[in-house]
Write a protein that binds this ligand. Structure first.
Ligand code: CP3
Length: 353
């Protein structure tokens, strides 16, 4: 059914002819054709809520590079928007909510949104699947309940999410109420993406790494474990492959690897060889080149990519990615060098192994 299923095989720790590679934010502002479509749409939300345009930008990086997976073009903040918080993206400033969920009354008033409000996402999934013609798998995604809570409480991006951390310590039952609503919403949202055809799902926990270990377990890891346990099977009737990515979660790898996900995403601070030794063959690992390495030059990119492939070792179950999203300003030809180096180095590595 899927022509190149190396990504799905790697998630199942099955051998693959090469290391599969896709990149977080592979459809984004570093691509001139993305900026053209984004301008045509008028705003990020106009782009994300239009299934034709969302399909177009999802496929743009696949037209340029032999990537091994597509990722739905959308955003993690669609769920709180559908809950009525009013999402917008001010030019060059990141996300803004018109209303926050930062006090008891606002949090108690939240409910799992009517999924009909997110129809644009499911319509995009179905259209992308059709236009991919089975070339590579499609990844669906959501934010983690804790990371969504961070934006819902703060109302915007923050370097430290201080209000959220204070709530975790002073009003733990209130934050737990918020992550519980988000957990139910994420389960419904991901299962609807699965029903519309995604081949794997990823949970982005961008801010879990800000928490002390015990608070991380309680507010971030436990809700993600609950979500994974409630995912519907994929179209083939098998459990849907899943990836959990906690940025800054390297110190808790052992526990994250036991949450039920097929794969664990690693940021660039983690030593991949040490990580593999720690988890054995229990899970697939995804990562973890520093996205800023792409700002150097093609030879450096190729050398550093090959080093990541070597560090991952000969065992199956590595998916190459960056340790976080591609940054705007990344030269597109450096991405070409990266993908070529990952495929080349991993084929060589298998030939000598
Ligand atoms: O990876 C992909 O190519 C798929 C699309 C995708 C986007 N956002 C598109 C996007 C995915 C998977 C996300 C997830 C997301 N969104 C996360 C988790 C991953 C991470 O980056 O940590 C978070 C925290 C968000 C929230 C968000 N969306 C922020 C903080 C911003 C502004 C920062 C920025 O890069 O400008 C966005 C906007 C956004 N989401 C853009 C894209 C391509 C750029 C906006 C634009 O085009 O104007």
């Amino acid at each position: 059914m899927i022509e190149n299923d190396a990504f799905l095989r790697a998630l199942r720790r099955e051998p693959t002819p090469h290391t599969p590679v896709w990149l977080m934010r592979q459809a984004g502002r570093y691509l001139p054709e993305y900026n053209v479509t984004r301008r045509k749409a008028g705003s990020f939300m106009a782009l994300a809520t239009n299934p034709d345009l969302a399909t177009e930008v999802t496929l743009q990086p696949l037209a340029r590079y032999p990537l091994d997976a597509a990722i739905l073009f959308s955003d993690i903040l669609t769920i709180p928007d559908a809950m009525g918080l009013g999402l917008s993206f001010a030019e060059g400033e990141g996300p803004r909510f018109a209303r926050t969920a930062s006090d008891e009354a606002a949090i108690r008033a939240l409910a799992v949104p009517d999924l009909a409000k997110l129809d644009y996402v499911f319509a995009a999934v179905a259209q992308i699947k059709r236009e991919l013609h089975g070339r590579v798998p499609l990844i669906g995604f959501s934010g983690s309940p804790f990371t969504l809570a961070c934006y819902m409480i703060e109302g915007r991006s923050s370097v430290d999410f201080a209000t959220v951390r204070k709530m975790a310590y002073a009003r733990p039952e209130l934050l737990a109420q918020l992550t519980a609503v988000n957990t139910h919403a994420v389960v419904a949202y991901l299962n609807e993406q699965i029903a519309h055809g995604v081949d794997a799902v990823m949970i982005f926990d961008t801010w879990g790494g800000l928490l002390p270990a015990e608070a991380y377990r309680h507010f971030s890891l436990a809700p993600m474990r609950e979500i994974i346990a409630q995912l519907a099977p994929g179209a083939d009737g098998r459990p849907i492959p899943s990836i959990v990515f906690t940025k800054g979660g390297g110190a808790w790898l052992d526990e994250i690897a036991a949450c039920g996900a097929s794969g664990v995403g690693l940021d660039w601070t983690v030593d991949l060889a040490t990580a593999r030794a720690a988890v054995g063959s229990r899970v697939a690992l995804q990562g973890n080149l520093d996205p800023l390495a792409l700002l150097t030059d093609p030879a450096t990119v190729a050398r550093m990519a090959a080093a990541v492939v070597r560090a991952a070792g000969p065992a199956p179950g590595h998916i190459f990615n960056l340790g976080h999203g591609i940054v705007p300003g990344t030269p597109p030809d450096h991405v070409a060098a990266l993908v070529e180096a990952v495929h080349g180095a991993s084929r060589e590595h298998r030939a000598v192994a």
